[in-house]
Design a protein around this ligand. Structure first.
Ligand code: SF4
Length: 242
């Protein structure tokens, strides 16, 4: 059952609607923003590049291993124009929209288009629970498919796989051997490794990178890319705003 909320694009199950309550007071033309900062991209095929991060507040999912719970209910209302100006002020060619879950906020779509119009390479990190068909086609979508141990795999919006572009990226975060087996099965069944860039990374405290590399190599999935969350090695894993 879906709830009816002010934003036309909100698509949140009734049991999670309380998690998006903060967004009800955000009027059109504004966004609830957790932080905007310059750092180094830690994941995806863009890893290692300087990148401006626009982190939106609020998420309707609750992945057991989430490393940004501070974004669930802390944020500042900003006009979309101010968010755009702040993101552009760093003079960095790469901008990532992340969260929280960015696609919960209607103005995110126009913001991404405006960043593309300004000549930026725009990345979107999204949970995979929301429709990506309305995202500007110039945006590089980095979409999670949630593994069972996240507790949110029932929210995977499988129809999104037909909306993604070959240049988009699918990310699996692995917390156990069972998660890896699920991932390998999904990649094979959906032929994901020939349709998109597939990324696998491990939950920092649950699976050792050497274990995941072993599982990857023995699987024969030679087009799936192992990645480490680079920022957790550069800074202390719990450091925020990096
Ligand atoms: S979707 Fe992302 S922000 Fe939301 S709970 Fe999961 S990891 Fe955290």
């Amino acid at each position: 059952m879906q709830t009816t909320l002010p934003y036309p694009l909100l698509d949140v199950p009734a049991e999670a609607s309380h998690r998006v309550a903060l967004l009800r007071d955000v009027p059109p033309g504004e966004l609830l923003i957790h932080e905007i900062y310059l750092s180094v991209q830690g994941e995806s095929t863009f890893a290692g590049l300087p990148c401006v991060f626009v982190r939106t507040s609020v998420c309707d999912s609750r992945c057991r291993w989430c490393d940004t719970p501070h974004a669930f209910n802390q944020g500042t209302r900003m006009t979309r124009a101010d968010v755009l100006a702040k993101a552009l002020s760093f003079g960095c060619p790469l901008v990532e929209i992340t969260g929280g879950e960015p696609l919960l906020q209607a103005d995110v779509f126009a913001l991404m288009t405006e960043l593309c119009d300004a000549g930026k390479t725009v990345l979107l990190e999204t949970s995979g629970a929301h429709d990506v068909t309305v995202v500007d086609s110039r945006v590089h979508v980095i979409m999670d498919l949630k593994c069972p141990d996240s507790g949110e795999s029932h929210r995977n919006r499988w129809a999104n796989l037909d909306a993604l572009k070959p240049s988009d990226q699918i990310k699996f975060v692995i917390a156990s051997r069972a998660d890896w087996d699920w991932t390998a099965s999904v990649v094979r069944k959906q032929r994901l490794d020939s349709r998109f860039t597939c990324l696998v990374s491990c939950v920092f405290s649950s699976v050792r990178p050497v274990e995941l590399v072993g599982w990857l190599l023995e699987s024969g999935l030679h087009r799936v890319r192992m990645q480490l969350q680079m920022h957790k090695y550069i800074w202390e894993p719990t450091t925020r705003g990096v």
